[in-house]
Design a protein around this ligand. Structure first.
Ligand code: MV4
Length: 447
């Protein structure tokens, strides 16, 4: 029996998914918007369906149009990728209700993890270390609020339970701005998410951002693919990621990995997922769980040889995977540089015609990208053009290999952040692995 997968995404991840489908002999349906007719994966898909105009709301976020495309083509399953509808519990529910398999965890699990207080409580129940704070119902009384804040301690961070990924947060340094900050965050949360539930956490200053990749087959087997360090970021957009995260406390790491597997078992997780942490002074602090494939998944693939997207498809379709932690062998180091169509200094997006481009290659170089000479980068979407991933025995040799790959790579016609990567890979703090989530914005870019 041959399955047909509708790929509900665009760009590099749609191409990545299409390649995995081909390896599994799955038929593919590629959807696209009128602004995306030149996408590379459309030429490789078995069928293509235009789901609407270039505006994301009318195409890649248009649930009825996507479900119609699935019905029209007789697709069995929908692959969401990242962004767009990937963590929309209502979409997952509607896929199932319309008779499509949603390639991801159950909609109820997506919903739970989308609520950050629920997610944090679930993490704690599985012995995952969390940030000290307050997740109870907040009183209206100002004195009571101040008492709760005092018990958490300053500086603290107010977070919206419906937020995540950097949206709906405010740092409070002392009591003088507490009440105003609560009101402001509440209003912002109500406007952005239609849910004004807040919680408090102690604010962790200058931590690293570490995440753990898990894979659960939905039949009781759960494995991890180790850690990634995603600390090099600007405005919650990661720029460089690597695997494994180096220099972590071994004992704490082993405990945290086991607790992550426990969480997956406790919630009967099915699919791939990422558990995100802040890491400071040898301590892990859970912040959230992502129930989707992530942009940076290739670095985990490169150090394990495990195909995460293929696993997602097999799990989602109910195929046997035989996950076994013993068979995951970690080898070497991998780094990913995200090449964006943007000015390397102002970060202003730079869509337009790529009149010429040349991908990097050679031993230990992977190039995940949908771009080609003659491709017109549309202005309507995320500026990610390509991911260059290098793999080598050590972090140091991996950085060298990346510098060499960057030297080979060129794009003509539009601006990219290529030169920012070259500067970062030569940076003393980055090379010494001494950066943190604030380094790029607060130190490097201010030099
Ligand atoms: C924090 C924090 C410091 N202390 N929580 C931002 C995104 C969301 N996932 C959680 N975030 C943060 N939560 C406490 N208690 C700092 C951040 C944060 C951050 C985290 C990961 C990666 C980049 C970040 C950039 C700014 C702030």
């Amino acid at each position: 029996m041959s399955h047909k997968i509708l790929i509900a995404n665009r760009g590099e991840i749609a191409l990545r998914a299409l390649r995995a489908c081909k390896e599994l002999n799955l038929k593919t349906v590629a959807i696209y918007s009128t602004g995306d007719k030149e996408l590379k994966h459309l030429r490789l898909a078995d069928e293509t369906v235009c789901v609407g105009p270039a505006s994301p709301l009318e195409s890649y976020l248009n649930i009825p149009a996507i479900l119609s495309a699935g019905e029209l083509t007789g697709a069995d399953a929908i692959y969401p990728g990242y962004g767009f509808l990937a963590e929309d519990a209502d979409f997952a529910e509607k896929c199932e209700a319309s008779g499509f398999k949603f390639i991801g965890p159950a909609s109820s699990v997506i919903r739970k993890m989308g609520d950050k207080i629920t997610a944090k409580n679930l993490a704690e129940k599985s012995d995952i270390p969390t940030v000290p704070g307050y997740t109870g119902v907040l009183p209206n009384d100002e004195e009571e609020l101040k008492n709760i804040a005092n018990s958490v301690g300053y500086p603290l961070i107010i977070k919206a339970s419906a937020g995540g990924g950097g949206r709906g947060m405010k740092v409070v340094n002392d009591e003088t701005s507490l009440i105003a900050s609560i009101h402001l965050t509440k209003q912002e949360a109500k406007n952005a998410f239609g849910n004004d539930t807040l919680y408090f956490e102690k604010f962790i200053q200058n931590p690293r951002h570490i995440e753990i990749q898990i894979v659960a087959d939905g039949k009781g087997s759960t494995i991890h693919l180790g850690t990634r360090d995603c600390s090099m970021q600007r405005r919650h957009q990661k720029i460089i990621e690597e695997a494994p995260a180096e220099g972590l406390d071994k004992t704490k790491l082993e405990k945290t990995l086991q607790a992550c597997l426990k969480l997956c078992k406790n919630i009967s997780y099915s699919g791939v997922g990422t558990i995100e942490f802040l890491y400071k002074n040898g301590q892990f602090y859970f912040i959230e769980m992502n129930t989707r494939i992530q942009v940076e998944h290739p670095v985990s693939e490169m150090i394990t040889g495990f195909d995460i997207v293929k696993a997602q498809l097999k799990i989602g379709l109910g195929m046997d995977l035989d996950l076994n932690q013993d068979e995951i062998i970690f080898r070497g180091h991998a780094i990913e540089c995200r090449i964006n169509a943007e000015d390397p200094e102002s970060f202003i997006p730079s869509p337009g015609l790529i009149h010429k481009m040349h991908p990097p290659g050679g031993l230990g170089v992977r190039f995940d990208s949908h771009i080609y000479s003659g491709y017109m980068v549309p202005p309507h979407y995320d500026s990610l053009l390509a991911k260059i991933i290098t793999t080598a025995n050590t972090r140091e040799s991996c950085i060298k290999r990346m510098l060499s790959a960057l030297d080979e790579f060129f794009v003509e016609g539009i601006k990219t952040n290529h030169s920012l990567h070259q500067r970062l890979l030569n940076d003393q703090k980055f090379c010494a692995n001494e950066h943190n989530i604030n380094y790029l914005e607060e130190v490097f870019l201010k030099k």
